[in-house]
Design a protein around this ligand. Structure first.
Ligand code: PMP
Length: 417
C-alpha cells in the first residue's frame, strides 16, 4: 500500500490548500489555534512533564457518589434530564448557583443567572451581546488566552492594562480609559480575573477592588468579572467578589469546571436584569439551551455530596502542588529569574533572565521532556516573550520537581549559548 493512502483524513485535509479561503467571513481571520492547543499533542506524551495545561486534577472526585447521583437522576427524572430544557438554564441549579456565589458575598436572585456551556461560553455570549468590530475590551496584561480568542473572533481591539503583584494597577486603568477615549474609540467592558489569575497567578487586593470599581463606575465602564478559581484559595476565606459590591456595573462569571469537573461543561453568568434577557436570547440562538443532563447531574451531586468539603480537599491538593513548585523554583532556578507565589488557583508566572525568549526556547524544552506555555500566548500584542506560565495543578509533586529540574537544565544551556 503506498504510504500516502495510510494517512488519516485529518492529515490529508491539513496538507491540502484550503479551497474555501475566499468564502470565509472576515471574523475568521481572528480565529487562530492558540499556542496552548498546539502544545497539547506534545505535552500529553507520557515522557513529557507538562507544566503547560490548566487541566483540573479531578482524581480526588468521589466517582461512586457522582455515579450514584446520576443513576438516581436517570431513574427518577430521566425523561426531563434527556429532553430540551430552558434557554436560561435549570431553575433548581440556578438556585444552587446562588448558594455557591453566597460564599463570595454575592446576594443574587436565580432569575438573574444564565447557565452556560462552561464560563467560556459566557465570555462568548457577553462579547456577542456587547461588541461590534473595532470596539475596545480592556484586559489585564497578561490575560486568559481563551477570552482573548473570543475577543479576536468578534473583531474587538484588546487594550492591555498593566498588573503587578496586587493585580490590575488602578492608575494604569485610568490612563487606559482616557487614552482609548481620546482616540475616539468605544470601550465595551473591562475583562478581569480578580482571583488567582490565569496566567499571572496574582489576586486583586481588597483595596484595589474598591478602586477599580470606583474608576469603572465614574467612567461608566462595565466590568466582566471572570472568577473560575475564587473558591480555590490556599488559606483563609474566599475574597469578596466585585459583583457583591456593584450589582449594576458588573457581570459575574462562574464555573463548576474547577470546583467539580470540567467535563459537564457547566458555567454561568450573573448579570443585571436587562442584560440577562439579552444573554438568554443569545444563548437560545447559540445552543437552544444549555445541556439539561449536565445541569441536573450537577444539581444532584450538589444535593448528594458535601461539595464544600470536596472543594476543601481540592484546595489542599493544589496547595501541596503549589508548594512543590515554589520549592523547586527556589532551589533550582537561576538567580536572575523571577516568579510569584500564588495564593490559590493553578498558575505561576515566571519571568526568565534577560535575553531569553520563552517561545524560542520551547522546542528545546520539549526535547528535554518538559512543556510550558510561553508568555506571548497571553498577550494580544506580541508581548510576554521573556515570560512563561507554569501550571502546578495536574502533575504530582514529584513530577513537578522533575519538570522544574528539566526546565532549569534548558534555561542554563540557553544562558551558556
Ligand atoms: N476563564 C478562565 C480565567 C479560565 O482559566 C477558564 C478555563 N481555563 C475559563 C474561563 C473557562 O472555563 P470553563 O469554560 O471550563 O468554565
Amino acid at each position: 500500500m503506498p504510504d500516502g493512502s495510510r494517512r488519516t483524513p485529518e492529515r490529508v485535509a491539513s496538507t491540502r490548500l484550503d479551497s474555501y479561503v475566499d468564502r470565509y467571513a472576515a471574523r475568521t481571520k481572528g480565529m487562530t489555534a492558540s499556542e496552548i492547543r498546539a502544545l497539547f499533542a506534545v505535552a500529553s506524551r507520557p515522557e513529557v512533564v507538562s507544566l503547560a495545561g490548566g487541566m483540573p486534577n479531578i482524581s480526588g472526585l468521589p466517582l461512586d457518589v457522582v455515579g450514584g447521583a446520576i443513576s438516581d437522576l436517570v431513574a427518577t427524572n430521566g425523561p426531563v434530564a434527556m429532553q430540551y430544557g430552558s434557554g436560561q438554564g435549570d431553575p433548581v441549579l440556578r438556585e444552587q448557583i446562588c448558594e455557591v456565589m453566597r460564599l463570595e458575598g454575592i446576594e443574587a436572585h436565580p432569575d438573574d443567572v444564565v447557565v452556560t456551556v462552561g464560563s467560556q461560553q459566557a465570555v462568548d455570549l457577553v462579547t456577542r451581546v456587547f461588541c461590534d468590530p473595532g470596539d475596545v475590551v480592556l484586559c489585564e496584561a497578561p490575560s486568559y488566552v481563551g477570552a482573548l480568542g473570543v475577543f479576536r473572533a468578534y473583531e474587538c481591539d484588546v487594550v492591555h492594562v498593566e498588573m503587578d503583584a496586587d493585580g490590575l494597577v488602578p492608575d494604569a486603568l485610568r490612563q487606559a480609559i482616557q487614552t482609548v477615549r481620546a482616540s475616539g474609540r468605544t470601550i465595551k467592558f473591562l475583562y478581569t480575573i480578580p482571583n488567582f489569575h490565569n496566567p499571572a497567578g496574582v489576586t486583586l487586593s481588597a483595596e484595589r477592588r474598591a478602586e477599580v470599581l470606583e474608576i469603572c463606575r465614574e467612567a461608566d465602564v462595565l466590568v466582566l468579572e471572570d472568577n473560575p478559581y475564587g473558591l480555590l484559595g490556599f488559606s483563609g476565606e474566599p475574597m469578596r467578589a466585585m459583583r457583591a459590591d456593584e450589582p449594576d456595573g458588573v457581570i459575574y462569571l462562574g464555573s463548576f469546571s474547577k470546583t467539580f469537573a470540567p467535563g459537564f461543561r457547566v458555567g454561568w453568568a450573573l448579570a443585571p436584569h436587562a442584560v440577562r434577557e439579552k444573554l438568554v436570547l443569545a444563548q437560545e440562538s447559540a445552543t437552544l439551551c444549555p445541556p439539561a443532563f449536565s445541569q441536573m447531574a450537577i444539581s444532584a451531586y450538589l444535593r448528594a455530596h458535601d461539595w464544600q468539603g470536596q472543594i476543601k480537599q481540592f484546595r489542599e491538593m493544589y496547595r501541596e502542588r503549589r508548594d512543590a513548585m515554589i520549592e523547586a523554583l527556589d532551589d533550582m532556578m537561576p538567580a536572575a529569574a523571577r516568579w510569584n507565589v500564588p495564593q490559590g488557583g493553578f498558575y505561576v508566572w515566571v519571568t526568565l533572565p534577560p535575553g531569553l525568549d520563552a517561545k524560542a526556547m520551547l522546542p528545546r524544552a520539549v526535547t528535554a521532556r518538559v512543556a510550558y506555555v510561553p508568555g506571548t500566548a497571553f498577550f494580544s500584542d506580541g508581548f510576554g516573550s521573556q515570560s512563561m506560565r507554569l501550571s502546578f495543578c495536574y502533575p504530582t509533586p514529584g513530577r513537578i520537581r522533575e519538570g522544574v529540574r528539566r526546565l532549569v537544565g534548558v534555561i542554563e544551556e540557553e544562558l551558556e549559548l
